[in-house]
Write a protein that binds this ligand. Structure first.
Ligand SMILES: NC(=O)c1ccc[n+]([C@@H]2O[C@H](COP(=O)([O-])OP(=O)(O)OC[C@H]3O[C@@H](n4cnc5c(N)ncnc54)[C@H](O)[C@@H]3O)[C@@H](O)[C@H]2O)c1
Ligand SMILES: O=C(O)C(=O)C[C@@H](O)[C@H](O)[C@H](O)COP(=O)(O)O
Ligand SMILES: [Zn+2]
Length: 362
């Protein structure tokens, strides 16, 4: 399957294939990159690097750089070490970085490509379900202790090559993490898919490969459409941030990598749904949605040590915030997102209610 991203500045394909990486081979041949730098991580490398390397054209000049797995990759020191390696290996402006891994590797490698010699090509070869989201759209970044993805750039890849065979080695908690972004895509743009998910999926372990591929393909289509209209989040693109205002605060407050991105986003989604009920009279069974998420294994807890004052300070640093007033993606209905400032008292009320619910479920 092929999906096209067409922004004002860039036109590129997303290939989704259960067969392998042959499109990648062709693409590298056509682009005649002078050198390839594969950035992967300590988990993906041992599992799948051979598959990737066997897809590189025979004549390709390449080097491989391995970074720590997970959020540890999205640190300033790791970013700098990638740049040093790229310089030592002699990458030039016609070279290409290949991001080979999940979203953390993709965000890091994309940012390396965005900034090396003021920007060179990169290719996304995602290996997680979550990366159906992260590999598309050109948001690249590393983290700062004070906020998620605070140092980054918009830099679109030359292509995304999603070989679905890679996801077979994912542990269940990573399937859960990626599934949260798929639920987000359904909430903002596809109520039918959302209904199908809520009525027919009651265990992530039992999801068939076909179901997963169908869900992530639809997610990539939704994302590609939004990014094609608004590449740099001047408006519409903010809807892709549903659930992320609180989600990112949770990730930063716990310490990056202590929970998965998707687990934190799922709590953020429930928070945003409750806010939508309070502010926009959303009629949607938020309780049923929350119970479904719990059944699927999401922990659904705001960390006990996170106070509202700390959470609010984190929300004020969110990238959607304007003049210190946090803005949230809310839903008028599934498929009808809006971006709005929300009164601090409502933010606190709902935050405290969810924390109380934590206590009840313990
Ligand atoms: N740029 C964007 O638009 C965007 C969108 C969503 C999320 N993100 C970012 O993506 C990151 C989360 O993505 P992720 O969950 O894919 O991150 P990840 O890269 O940390 O991968 C999760 C874990 O799975 C392992 N892994 C990867 N592929 C595997 C495979 N095939 N088999 C077994 N293990 C495998 C990794 O080593 C890691 O430990 C976060 O940093 C988030 O902020 C970015
Ligand atoms: O692509 C987007 O735009 C998104 O918001 C997708 C999110 O899933 C993703 O986590 C993104 O990295 C968050 O962006 P940020 O600007 O809030 O850091
Ligand atoms: Zn996300």
């Amino acid at each position: 399957m092929e999906i096209i991203v067409q922004t004002k500045t860039k036109h590129y394909p997303i290939y989704i294939s259960p067969e392998g990486l042959e499109k990648l081979t062709n693409l590298i041949q056509q682009n005649e990159y002078t050198k390839l730098l594969v950035i992967t991580d300590e988990t993906v490398g041992p599992l799948h690097l051979d598959t990737l390397l066997s897809a590189l054209p025979k004549e390709a000049d390449y080097s491989v750089y391995t970074v720590p797995s997970g959020e540890k990759a999205k640190q300033m020191a790791v970013y700098e070490s990638c740049l040093t390696f790229a310089l030592q290996e002699g990458l030039d402006r016609k070279s290409c970085v290949i991001a080979f891994g999940g979203g953390a590797v993709g965000d890091l490698a994309g940012f390396v490509a965005a900034t090396y010699m003021r920007g060179i090509s990169f290719l996304q070869v995602p290996t997680t379900i979550l990366a159906h989201d992260s590999a598309v759209g050109g948001k690249t970044a590393i983290n700062h202790p004070l906020g998620k993805n605070m140092i980054g750039a918009f830099h679109q890849p030359d292509a995304v090559m999603y070989y679905t065979g890679f996801i077979k080695t994912l542990p269940e908690h990573e399937i859960r993490s990626g599934f949260a972004e798929a639920v987000k895509h359904a909430l903002i743009a596809d109520p039918k898919l959302l209904n199908m998910m809520m009525s027919s999926i009651d265990s992530l372990g039992d999801l068939t490969d076909e179901q997963l591929v169908q869900i992530l393909q639809r997610g990539m289509e939704i994302k590609a459409n939004v990014v094609s209209i608004d590449e740099k989040e001047s408006g519409l693109r903010a809807i892709l941030n549903l659930g992320h205002t609180l989600g990112h605060v949770i990730e930063a407050s716990l310490g990056y990598g202590k929970t998965t991105h998707g687990e934190a986003v799922m709590v953020g989604l429930v928070y945003a749904l409750h806010l939508s009920r309070a502010v926009l009279n959303l009629s949607f069974p938020v309780g049923k949605f929350t119970n479904w998420a719990i059944q699927l294994g999401y922990t659904m807890e705001i960390p006990k040590e996170l106070t509202f004052a700390e959470a609010y300070a984190g929300m004020q640093r969110d990238k959607k915030t304007v003049a210190k007033q946090p803005r949230f993606v809310l839903l008028e209905a599934p498929g009808k997102p809006v971006v709005k400032e929300v009164d601090k008292t409502i933010l606190e009320e709902v935050f405290q209610q969810l924390k109380q619910q934590n206590k009840k479920t313990v």
